[in-house]
Ligand binder design. Structure first.
Ligand SMILES: N[C@@H](CCC(=O)N[C@@H](CS)C(=O)NCC(=O)O)C(=O)O
Length: 252
């Protein structure tokens, strides 16, 4: 059976859980405790050299990382129900949307989530504790993010900017939805799945932005997403509640 190494609060992990649930594929769930830096352990780095969740172990010695890659892989090996448009143009549009969320939405959510979940703890680390933690992080980009959260917390202006940028995703979606119920093509796809974790978090951070009067199409889309059985199966809990009830560190 496949093993999914994931974080309950992590957007990238949530995507893969959504995809697996849509496919009805059984898997072993292995939560990674990011507060204990398990994502930077040698065993995890052997599966994902970037030191971030998720990682999917398809079979012994066959790990996969990057949520978008994992979801495409799952759609190839478990083609029903299809989660990519058949039309090559629409498939390309889907990929560009997913890439947009990776490049623009995730870094902004990281600022907001880490400020809430990690900063109060990280600010207490001694210089030595911080050095030890930074030494285990494999990428310069994430080392910088951890350093910032521990020593130079994001300012209110930066957090406001991050939230405004994240809300930009809803504008993009409102424009894409048009009369169609899903983001790309006639069916639910990996584009919709890519957006779900961010919209779920925006509903908590800026609920007014999802009202029918504000963005009617996104509002309808969000209702339809939550009615899918896979949504409940993927266990996308409220961030605050999950923080209280689960180990697992920051997520983004
Ligand atoms: N592009 C990656 C992003 C993965 C990612 O950033 N994961 C975050 C949680 S959503 C993480 O593991 N953060 C812990 C860390 O940076 O140390 C993907 O889609 O898989």
């Amino acid at each position: 059976m496949m093993k999914l190494f994931h974080g309950w609060l992590s957007s990238a992990s949530r995507r893969v859980r959504l995809c697996l649930a849509e496919k009805g594929v059984p898997y072993e769930s292995i939560p990674i405790d990011m507060s204990r830096q398990e994502q930077h352990s040698p065993a995890f780095l052997a599966m994902n050299p970037n030191g971030v969740v998720p990682a999917l172990l398809i079979a012994p010695g066959r790990p996969l990382h990057e949520s978008s890659t994992i979801c495409e892989y799952l759609d190839e090996v478990h083609p029903e129900p299809p989660l990519r448009p058949h039309d090559p143009y629409q498939r390309a549009v889907m990929r560009n949307f997913v890439r947009w969320t990776d490049e623009r939405a995730l870094p902004r959510l990281l600022i907001l989530n880490w400020s809430q979940a990690l900063q109060p703890v990280a600010s207490q680390w001694t210089a030595e504790q911080l050095r030890e933690r930074l030494d285990r992080i494999p990428t310069a980009e994430r080392r910088e993010a951890w350093l910032r959260i521990a020593r130079r917390p994001y300012t209110q202006e930066e957090k406001d900017e991050a939230l405004a940028g994240l809300v930009g995703l809803l504008d993009k979606m409102e424009a894409m939805l048009g009369p169609a119920p899903w983001l790309v093509g006639a069916s639910y796809s990996l584009a919709d799945i890519a957006a779900v974790p961010f919209v779920a978090r925006l509903e908590e951070l800026a609920p007014d932005q999802l009202l029918p009067a504000t963005r009617p199409r996104v509002h309808g889309w969000w209702q339809a997403v939550r009615e899918r059985p896979a949504f409940a199966m993927a266990r996308i809990e409220r961030f605050d509640e999950a923080l209280r009830s689960r180990a697992g560190g920051p997520g983004a």
